[in-house]
Design a protein around this ligand. Structure first.
Ligand SMILES: Cc1cc2nc3c(=O)[nH]c(=O)nc-3n(C[C@H](O)[C@H](O)[C@H](O)COP(=O)(O)OP(=O)(O)OC[C@H]3O[C@@H](n4cnc5c(N)ncnc54)[C@H](O)[C@@H]3O)c2cc1C
Length: 445
């Protein structure tokens, strides 16, 4: 903690965004309290407050890099604890039903269940002496100073009953998609943020398996036939901790895979490639299947508000909840923690400046996921000529990457939020795309 560390902060919600916020606040604040309604402790199993935690959670490369920056040695410790890792470009990726040519990228994919990943981050945050956790407490509202424009803390309700308040100079709302900041703003006489929505009506259906013989994976840590407008049914299979594999099947626009074993297996036979079915057909199911419905991606435009109370900022899914098939949520939270770090370093946060800078990290992943979702004709949204051009180019890039591993690596760096999308438009990359498409065409003819 620096000498400026005389302030206190309260973080609403102890999910990934909340933990990462607490990590950076601990450097400049005397006291950081993380409030959550769940009693989490050192649990490594799914919990009520994070129901999505039962489904495949890939950490993008940039997310892994930021975790490593916040918690030096994080990846090495994960490996030592038996969590599988692999090079992101060497996983078995399928786009539009075709396998991308594998290639080393130097980017690490950490394959843990979401609860285990979160518990490891949480343990590192809990080890910081000025961070404490207030669990089993429901957040019921904000406390506001006499001026009516300064947030001074939060009101919480304990499981045993009784309400109390926790005061702080800074409140960070990381309560996820269901965040009540829009309603609180309205109660204080401010505007709600405008919401952008992309309706994908996505469903995840997930089961865990134990493999009698791991050789069926042919040495791969993960097999991902990603859903796309040409192949709507998608899947993610990952080797995780304790010798288990997790399989999440994704259906879009109202379609969903069955949870019961027979139907689940039958559905994997309808995927673009047989790889997932081949791996799990003789595997031992470990527990019942479970589903999660994700109707819309939601982006709350706090950056557009011209007035905002002092002492309050918002982060994570509470600002932007992305279509999960692109695996961006945790990594964007990590990127946002860097923005928060910058804004708390110089004294009290200016929320409007903070939200402006947050846009800088949300815009690209939002355009990437929303742009891909518009590829489904049923999804509502504006389709510009530029969008048409970039959709055609991405399809060509995926085609060319089936015969050119260098393109796989370039794509993975961009999809992993390590490099900007402009990297895909480098003249040499464009030349390789053209050549790759020609080679594939020649092979097919
Ligand atoms: C099916 C699915 C799959 C996903 N897969 C991926 C993936 O592969 N990769 C990836 O990066 N991201 C993925 N995500 C997104 C990811 O889960 C989130 O983006 C990320 O965890 C950040 O969430 P958060 O911390 O902002 O919110 P959350 O994870 O929702 O956490 C919010 C926290 O606030 C607490 N809380 C909420 N309200 C209250 C209240 N009133 N009082 C007290 N506590 C409260 C909750 O208990 C919880 O702990 C996926 C999401 C879904 C739905």
């Amino acid at each position: 903690m620096s000498e400026e560390g005389v302030r206190s902060a309260v973080v609403l919600g102890g999910g990934m965004a909340g933990l990462l916020a607490a990590r950076v606040l601990a450097d400049t604040h005397r006291r950081v309290v993380v409030v959550d309604r769940d009693v989490i402790g050192d649990s490594t199993t799914a919990r009520k407050g994070v129901p999505q935690g039962r489904h495949v959670h890939g950490l993008l490369a940039r997310g892994q890099q930021i975790l490593e920056e916040h918690f030096p040695g994080f990846t090495e410790e994960a490996v030592a604890a038996g969590i599988p890792t692999a090079d992101l470009g060497e996983l078995r990726w399928f786009f539009n039903g075709r396998r991308l040519s594998p290639a080393p990228t130097g980017l690490t994919c950490v394959s843990a269940t979401r609860p285990l990943l979160e518990s490891r981050v949480r343990a590192r945050v809990a080890a910081l002496e000025n961070v404490s956790f207030l669990e089993g407490h429901d957040i019921v509202g904000l406390t506001v100073g006499e001026d009516g424009h300064t947030v001074t803390g939060v009101r919480v309700h304990g499981a045993a009953g009784g309400e109390r308040s926790v005061g702080a100079e800074l409140v960070v709302d990381t309560t996820g998609r269901g965040s009540r900041t829009p309603a609180w703003l309205e109660e204080m006489g401010y505007q709600r943020p405008r919401e952008e929505r992309i309706g994908v009506d996505l469903t995840y259906t997930t089961r865990l398996f134990r493999l009698p013989d791991e050789s069926v994976l042919r040495g791969d840590m993960s097999i991902n036939p990603v859903s796309s407008p040409s192949h709507r049914r998608g899947a993610f299979l990952s080797r995780i901790e304790d010798g288990l594999i997790v399989v999440s099947l994704t259906g879009v626009l109202g379609e969903s895979a069955p949870t019961e074993l027979e139907g689940f297996l039958a559905w994997t036979r309808t995927l673009a490639v047989p790889d997932i079915h081949d791996v799990i057909k003789d595997a031992e199911p470990v527990c019942d299947g479970t589903t999660f419905r994700f109707p819309t991606s939601v982006r709350r435009r706090y950056d557009e508000l011209t007035r905002f109370p002092k002492g309050l900022v918002v982060m994570g899914d509470a600002v932007c909840s992305f279509n999960p098939v692109y695996g961006q949520g945790m990594t964007v939270s990590a990127l946002e923690s860097l923005v928060l770090r910058e804004h708390v370093a110089g004294g009290p946060v200016d929320p409007r400046a903070y939200f402006r800078d947050l846009t800088g990290v949300i815009e690209v992943p939002w355009q990437m996921s929303a742009g891909s979702d518009l590829g489904y004709p049923e999804v509502e949204g504006e389709r510009t000529a530029e969008w048409e051009r970039s959709g055609r180019y991405m399809a060509d890039l995926h085609t060319a990457a089936t015969v050119d591993g260098t393109l796989t690596a370039t794509f993975m760096r961009v999809a992993g939020l390590v490099d900007p999308p402009t990297a895909l438009m480098d003249p040499e990359v464009m030349r390789r795309v053209e050549e790759g498409v020609r080679r594939v065409g020649a092979a097919v003819a």
